[in-house]
Design a protein around this ligand. Structure first.
Ligand code: PEP
Ligand code: MN
Length: 357
């Protein structure tokens, strides 16, 4: 589906990468919201985030301040000049957030995974007259089509200021990250919808303070447009996600240390190098096609002499010998094995085709 998207940058927001959205996981009290907001505004943050309704995995946790917290966000806007944003998950959330003048809305990971909920939000956005921006987090499960489906539902409600937030994907095994980044999924999304602004949420990917900085840098290196980072005036006392929240001071430090490489200027050198890569890829393709032609000839020979297509000894020998050759040339052995396996599979397929002719 072709999408005509408009910029998600609200008037006056800096066009410099990265766009930074920061604030606590949850709005807990008016004092906590105001203290955090004042501090963030003094460090140049222009968009404040705070969860008003919190989707909790189990009952009994802090479920957010609810509607009572919306006037706190209005006060943030009034007193600091920052734009405000929050997560919406139901029809009522949309109506309440819009009524209180929240500037930017986002759809949480658990909600994106549920098409009924996304459709309800889309229908309510349409009747509310809200124009966006709306940011759509990836669904908890690594399903690109589901993510794109949610984007299309919001787009079909007339919203043109749309962006996506990459917050990682659930996995049963908890290793380094709270949610596996699986960078290739948002990158594929960007390939499919090139104009889609891509925002990284290192807080929910990492789940730990010390992972925020390297994740932010990685996002910048992958050309993300923005970052949404959880920041709390007193993280150790936060009512939700305390291990991953950083103080406004730390947030400022993390942002100041980021190396943001400019991507738009393609230098002459780069163009030349790319031309060489194009040529080499062309050679690779013609060598591969030559290899397949010989492989088919071998298939013909095997057919005439009634030999089986797959000869495992020969295959083992190829794997062994090419891998050690690759190793000597500085090419990773696992990579070489993957390439050889793929080539071998295609050879076998072509030989079987010859056999059945
Ligand atoms: C959040 O941003 O606080 C949040 C609940 O995130 P997610 O939907 O990514 O879990
Ligand atoms: Mn959170």
């Amino acid at each position: 589906m072709e999408m005509e998207l408009e910029s998600i940058l609200l008037p006056g927001v800096s066009e410099q990468r990265p766009l930074v959205i920061a604030g606590p996981c949850s709005a807990e009290s008016e004092e906590q919201v105001m203290e955090t907001a004042r501090s963030l505004a003094s460090k140049g943050v222009q968009i404040f985030r705070a969860g008003i309704w919190k989707p909790r995995t189990k009952p009994g946790g802090f479920e957010g301040a609810g509607v009572a917290g919306l006037p706190w966000l209005q006060r943030v806007k009034r007193e600091t000049g920052m734009y405000t944003s929050t997560e919406i998950a139901t029809k009522q959330h949309v109506l309440d957030a819009v009524k209180h003048g929240i500037d930017l809305l986002w759809i949480g990971a658990r909600t994106t995974a549920n098409p009924f909920a996304v459709q309800e939000i889309a229908d309510t956005l349409l009747i509310s007259g809200f124009q966006g921006p709306v940011l759509i987090k990836n669904p908890v499960n690594p399903d690109l089509e589901l993510w794109i489906g949610a984007i299309e539902r919001i787009y079909n409600a007339g919203i043109r200021k749309i962006g996506v937030i990459h917050r990682g994907f659930s996995s049963y095994e908890k290793k380094l990250y709270r949610n596996l980044p699986q960078w290739h999924i948002p990158i594929e999304l960007k390939r499919r919808i090139p104009k889609m602004p891509l925002i990284c949420d290192p807080s929910h990917i990492g789940g730990k303070r010390e992972l925020i900085a390297p994740l932010c840098q990685q996002a910048m290196d992958l050309n993300y447009d923005g970052l949404i980072i959880e920041s709390h005036c007193n993280p150790d006392c936060a009512l939700s996600d305390k291990e991953q929240q950083v103080t406004p001071d730390v947030l400022e430090y993390i942002i100041s240390m980021l190396v943001v490489r400019e991507t738009k200027q393609t230098t002459e050198n780069l163009t030349n190098l790319r031309r060489q890569i194009d040529e080499i890829d062309g050679e690779l393709l013609s060598i591969l096609s030559k290899r397949m032609r010989i492989s088919r000839e071998i298939g013909q020979y095997k057919k005439e002499h009634n030999m089986p297509v797959l000869q495992t000894l020969r295959y083992d020998e190829i794997l062994e010998n090419r891998s050690s050759q690759a190793d000597k040339m500085g090419i990773g052995v696992p990579f070489m094995k993957t390439v050889l396996e793929a080539i071998h599979e295609e050879s076998i397929r072509q030989q079987i085709e010859v056999l059945n002719r």
